[in-house]
Design a protein around this ligand. Structure first.
Ligand code: BGC
Length: 336
């Protein structure tokens, strides 16, 4: 019985010590963070990257701890990303922040990190639960896809209630929409598509889908797709629902080329170009993730793992693993 108790106690102590400093260990004065981006040319990821760089400088200034960010672009190749992880570990990185190329294939990176005892903060592309559950030093930061989608749908529901004519452009009692979807393997695409359309239906907006397709989050792909739809369906399109701002901007590019005005386009992310289009009235609305909190959470969580300190309380983790970044609706105010 006594033996059991002692065993239990020591196990508890070991668990509590995870990510916390052992008394004897010297406080570190510098930390090195290895960051791998699935694609360096992704607009949303670039926005997060810039804020993260600012947050690292802020952390350095405020805490007097030197922070080195080693940021690498995996250029859409999981193999390249696996090699980057290998290199980060050999360079002695204290923690890794990974935006996985293939979220279903994070196991090789996790194996390496676990073997070297280097914690990992994943972000934006969520590894499968089975992988996340392999080690208590794996974290994930992102936005809740269903919440995003419901907010996106709500923005049109509210507008339709207030000004039905602003949504039902031809006044035939039906809102004809096209849908631009992100990568099929991304956790956000399916959920965003499903729940934004469901929210429109639940909110009593009479919708009819004209066309939809996967444009892989990309502005140029969305622009080409929208051009085809405009050729085929012309001015019957009243609403463009897009899984992100970049594809929404692609649709706007096609509308601009055809000289068509007034079609409502809604996106997600609140990227810098997205917000510019919102201000000019080309984008009706977006659901903006709070980039400050998103990037601070990555920085603070990574730093506390690197420093083997307590996890930051301002960023509450669901199941001790997931931080869901707050988001808000940004809408271009239409004139009555
Ligand atoms: C964002 C997209 C981005 C993608 C990259 C999504 O959550 O909304 O804009 O391209 O993540 O993984």
């Amino acid at each position: 019985m006594i033996l059991k108790k002692v065993l239990f106690l020591s196990l508890t102590c070991m668990l509590l010590a995870a990510c916390q400093s052992s008394q004897k260990e010297e406080q570190k004065t510098s930390i090195r963070i290895g960051i791998s981006l699935y694609r360096g040319d992704d607009t949303f990821i670039n926005n997060i990257r810039s804020v993260l760089e600012e947050k690292a400088k802020e952390y350095e200034r405020e805490r007097g701890i030197k922070v080195t960010l080693d940021i690498q672009d995996a250029k859409g190749s999981q193999n390249t990303q696996n090699n980057q992880v290998e290199r980060f570990i050999s360079l002695g990185c204290d923690v890794l922040c990974i935006n996985p190329v293939d979220r279903m294939d994070a196991s090789v990176m996790i194996d390496r990190a676990m073997a070297a005892k280097v914690p990992v903060v994943f972000f934006n592309r969520q590894p499968v639960e089975e992988d996340m559950n392999r080690w208590d030093q794996l974290y994930y930061i992102g936005v809740d896809a269903k919440e995003t989608a419901v907010l996106q749908g709500q923005m049109v529901v509210e507008l339709y209630k207030k000004q039905p004519g602003a949504v039902d452009l031809n006044g035939d009692g039906v809102i004809s929409y096209v849908l631009l979807e992100g990568e099929s393997s991304h956790q956000d695409s399916l959920i965003r598509t499903e729940w934004s359309i469901q929210t429109l239906k639940d909110g009593g907006v009479p919708i009819e889908k004209i066309a939809g397709g996967i444009a892989n989050w990309e502005r140029s792909q969305a622009s080409a797709m929208m051009e085809q739809w405009l050729d085929a369906y012309g001015d019957t399109i009243e609403l463009v629902v897009s899984n992100n701002d970049d594809m929404a901007l692609g649709a706007i590019d096609a509308l601009d080329r055809e000289g068509i005005q007034g079609v409502n386009v809604i996106g997600i992310d609140g990227t810098t170009p997205g917000i510019e289009a919102l201000k000019s009235g080309k984008l009706l609305g977006t659901v903006s993730a709070n980039k400050e909190l998103y990037a601070s959470a990555i920085m603070e969580l990574a730093a506390s793992c690197a420093m083997k300190g307590e996890l930051p309380r301002e960023y509450p983790l669901t199941d001790g693993t997931y931080y869901w970044t707050p988001q808000e609706i940004l809408i271009h105010e239409l004139e009555d």
